[in-house]
Design a protein around this ligand. Structure first.
Ligand code: GKR
Ligand code: MG
Length: 439
């Protein structure tokens, strides 16, 4: 079997005005859907980052992939991630999301490009052998994967523009009371059992009050985590950690409170000196294998947030799970705006990674039925979990009418990369800049 054709579909999907330390989400998020066809007539699919840079990288890799056997993934990894003269930092472990918008970091584009093609090849292998992707990569350890309620402070609006505007299901949420209401709705609709609050938006004391209000409303059965994406200094991180030592214990964690491994290690050390054993999570200070080892050495991170899209695919995620198990570190999963192909990729990856023990993040509730590009509409959650379908491959197929519609939206947009700072300047404060630490 050989790969005979590749189709790339750049699409745009409505997105609510969510806030984070990066700024504010634009009315549409950008994604790319990848289709890989074989000489045997099998089509494999995947979903990855959108916009010009990821698209150009996928385009450039086509000539390496056309003609290859989809089973030969180790060779593909070697070739696509081989050190390039202008990317010395990428191999030296210099990758970081901290100062860049997620999905736009040129230093780890190779791993992202590989991942997009790997997942499409695994979908092909699954279809050729009649097995779900999680079985192809070593076998599942669970039949369903748990996801968390990923809460965001947000402005009013449901995303999209003009006649294409989406219903605003949650309204403006810029205080503790409205976030608790958002969480009630998430739990009612999806049955989530763990809760994550995206912080780094309001004064830290308001965010502390929000976490306390969530604990009061839902009780200790729902582990809590807060992630300000490095918006706090070491001192502020310690203040938040100290104030929330009860609320973030028992299966919760403090995620990327401040920048860099050294800062995270300092927060951990200072809190420990006060007798507080605070688990620290990260998807900003730790984005590649070298950094996991360093994070362990410094005791800076206890929970690594994996992600098949940028860690190098679902097989690398399995490798990360094994490494963290060996090192005695926990594993959770990071997400960005996404649709059903990406959600199912995460589900297969987590189903086959024994050490993923936290509910995975997902932005899925922030996207709508109108933008779903898989046949049959949105993926269903049961009690906060996604079940692995009893079908070969990823278990989902593309709805080509929907792809065409989302492509037309993409073509009509004036932007080709995520720019949350520009959105802040346009809608909230003309002088807004991403300042780290802000508090
Ligand atoms: O969507 O604004 C967002 C998030 O902040 C996202 O971009 C992050 O990559 O969810 C992510 C995280 O956990 O840091
Ligand atoms: Mg994070």
């Amino acid at each position: 079997m050989q790969i005979s054709e590749i189709r790339l579909h750049p699409i745009a999907i409505a997105d609510a005005p969510l806030r984070s330390s990066y700024g504010r989400h634009a009315p549409y998020a950008l994604r790319t859907i990848v289709e890989v066809k074989t000489t045997d007539g099998i089509t494999g699919i995947s979903e990855t980052y959108g916009g010009d840079r990821p698209l150009a990288a996928l385009e450039a890799a086509k000539s390496r992939i056309i003609g290859m056997d989809p089973f030969r993934l180790a060779e593909l990894w070697r070739d696509l991630t081989a050190p390039q003269p202008d990317q010395a930092e990428a191999v030296a472990g210099g990758r970081t999301q901290t100062w860049l918008v997620p999905g736009e970091n040129p230093l780890d584009q190779n791993a992202r490009t590989y991942a997009a093609y790997e997942v499409a090849c695994l979908d092909i292998i699954g279809k050729a052998t009649g097995q779900p992707v999680c079985e192809v990569i070593g076998g599942r350890v669970r039949d369903e994967v748990s996801f968390s309620a990923y809460l965001f402070y947000k402005h009013g609006g449901g995303g999209g523009i003009g006649a294409d505007a989406r219903e605003d299901e949650y309204g403006e949420c810029l205080d503790a009371k409205t976030i608790v209401q958002q969480c009630r709705e998430f739990i009612r609709k999806y049955g989530f059992k763990e809760i994550k609050l995206k912080g780094g938006v309001l004064d830290p004391d308001i965010e502390i009050e929000t976490i306390r209000a969530l604990r009061e409303e839902f009780g200790p059965k729902y582990p809590l985590r807060i992630d300000p994406n490095c918006a706090w200094s070491v001192e502020t991180s310690c203040h938040v950690g100290r104030s929330l030592k009860e609320e973030l214990s028992d299966g919760g964690y403090l995620e990327d409170p401040c920048a860099e491994l050294a800062g995270m290690a300092e927060v951990r050390r200072l809190l420990a000196a006060e007798g507080i054993d605070m688990a620290m999570g990260s998807n900003v200070a730790v984005t590649c294998f070298e950094q996991v080892v360093e994070a362990k050495r410094l005791d800076a991170v206890q929970v690594v947030l994996s992600d098949p899209h940028y860690w190098g695919g679902v097989r690398a995620l399995r490798r990360l799970s094994d490494l963290c198990e060996t090192l005695g570190m926990g594993v959770s999963m990071h997400s960005n705006n996404h649709l059903g192909v990406s959600l199912m990729t995460m589900a297969h990856a987590a189903a086959a990674a024994p050490h993923v023990m936290y509910a995975c993040d997902t932005h899925y509730p922030w996207q709508t039925e109108q933008d779903e590009i898989i046949v049959g509409g949105r993926v269903k959650f049961h009690e906060g979990c996604v079940r692995i379908p009893d079908k070969p491959g990823l278990g989902v197929d593309l709805d080509y009418d929907q792809i065409e519609r989302c492509k037309r939206v993409y073509e009509g947009l004036t932007y080709r990369k995520r720019d949350d700072e520009a959105e802040m300047r346009q809608h909230v404060d003309p002088n807004w800049k991403r300042v780290l630490p802000r508090w």
